[in-house]
Design a protein. Structure first.
Length: 94
């Protein structure tokens, strides 16, 4: 039954650090830094002065940036069921 519940969890962030919860990810990739900077610029914009079309284009840009950052992330994702099986196997072996 637990195998049916497969929540993606990054193996490096099983126990999130308090400093990582509200801050943007720190990466070494210059393209990722550039994308994060653009997201911060968009976030800090005064959107009340923009037209409807400009706001729509900004939303599309933000979605595209987030999609590109998601595609560029590297890591091993484990489901909850897989983590439980690994723990059980380790218990049986040791």
């Amino acid at each position: 039954m637990l195998m049916a519940i497969a929540l993606p969890a990054s193996s490096s962030s099983i126990v999130p650090d308090a400093s990582q919860t509200n801050s943007p990810a720190k990466t070494e990739d210059p393209r990722a830094q550039q994308l994060l900077q653009r997201l911060e610029d968009i976030k800090s914009m005064n959107k009340l002065e923009l037209t409807r079309l400009e706001k729509k284009n900004l939303r599309k840009e933000v979605k595209g940036i987030k999609k590109e950052m998601k595609d560029n992330t590297r890591g091993v994702y484990l489901s909850v069921g897989a983590i439980i099986i690994i723990i059980l196997l380790l218990i049986l072996i040791l």
